[in-house]
Design a protein around this ligand. Structure first.
Ligand code: NAD
Length: 299
């Protein structure tokens, strides 16, 4: 069944996700603050909208893929927030990674208006978004998840139900805290090997078949030239921004404070990405943490 979909937020992730919905045959109307981003999607077969509310015309499903909590809260609940204009019966899917309590607040406001909403943050990176192989980590009712399943399937291959509103965000935050730690640790290990005369590609091959293997090493290697088509081999352009990883590690710190949990490595990783961002690397891909750890190894 094809749907009319409003898609808001066409960045590194939103653009390839919206493109896959077009390819699957859905009618997709897109909006982003960047007109260039809208134009690229129109070239791929989407319809342009000049504002978020203009994108809602005839929409049966609204999908948002925005940077952080504040953007999502303001899109739905802010001054001119679109929740007030979305007709009853519409399904809302927020794929952004945001604070669980903000996801709950927006979903409860939606429910009060007769709208179903799920939080459906994703994992898999920009390559997974382009290939349509993302993992969706859903919070909300089972009924809303079943309504969303056909469109999620056009963008991803694994769909998990983590629990009620906000639970998708909590699971995603745990995953990304681990990813931040793994990327920093992988960078440290590769830089240590190189500093002692090893070839980073040979060391990566060895560790990929040894007990240090992990996604950052095998799929998203941070050392320039080890893998093709990853940000490290493109001057750390595109991908998943340092400032977005820093945001997610901040969400992990908030979750730890709320639950009185200990996250010693997560906090260390947050400080490393924060230092890296303050050094001017906030918009580079997060695998550039290698440059903070081993600046002398690079250019
Ligand atoms: P991005 O910064 O590349 O894109 C965000 C887009 O939102 C930009 O195009 C921006 O212009 C647009 N935008 C901001 N405010 C807007 C508004 N009010 N109305 C319309 N458009 C607006 O970010 P991204 O990498 O695509 O990430 C989006 C979300 O997905 C983030 O929460 C991120 O943490 C998460 N995420 C990213 C990755 C990744 O690999 N990049 C992977 C998983 C999850």
């Amino acid at each position: 069944v094809m749907s009319n979909i409003a898609f808001i937020g066409l960045g590194n992730m939103g653009a390839p996700m919206a493109h896959n919905l077009v390819k699957a045959g859905h009618t997709v109307t897109v909006y982003d603050l960047s007109q260039a981003a809208v134009a690229r999607l129109v070239e791929a077969g989407a319809h342009p909208a000049s504002s978020a509310s203009a994108a809602l015309d005839n929409a049966e499903i609204v999908i948002s893929m925005l940077p952080a909590s504040a953007h999502v809260e303001s899109l739905y609940l802010g001054e001119n927030g679109i929740l007030a204009q979305i007709p009853e019966g519409t399904l809302i899917i927020d794929c952004s990674t945001i604070a669980p309590q903000v996801a709950r607040k927006v979903a409860l406001a939606a429910a009060a208006k007769g709208l179903s909403m799920i939080d459906a943050p994703v994992s898999g990176g920009t390559a997974g978004a382009a290939a349509g192989t993302l993992t969706f980590i859903v919070g909300g009712s089972s009924a809303a998840l079943e309504l969303a399943r056909p469109v999620l399937s056009a963008m991803g291959k694994n769909i998990f139900h983590a629990g009620d509103y906000g639970a998708g965000q909590t699971a995603k935050i745990c995953n990304n805290m681990l990813l931040g730690v793994l990327m920093a640790g992988t960078s440290e290990a590769l830089a240590l090997g190189v500093a002692n005369g090893l070839d980073p590609k040979v060391l990566s091959d060895i560790m990929s078949k040894s007990s240090g293997r992990n996604w950052a090493l095998e799929v998203y290697n941070p050392y320039p030239g080890v893998m093709e088509n990853v940000p490290a081999s493109k001057h750390y352009a595109g991908g998943f921004g340092v400032d977005l990883m820093l945001k997610d590690l901040g969400l992990a710190a908030e979750a730890a404070l709320t639950a009185r949990a200990s996250i010693p490595l997560g906090e260390l990783a947050r400080n490393l990405y924060s230092l890296h961002s303050q050094g001017g690397s906030g918009s580079l891909d997060f695998s550039s943490i290698l440059k903070l750890i081993a600046p002398a190894n690079l250019d």
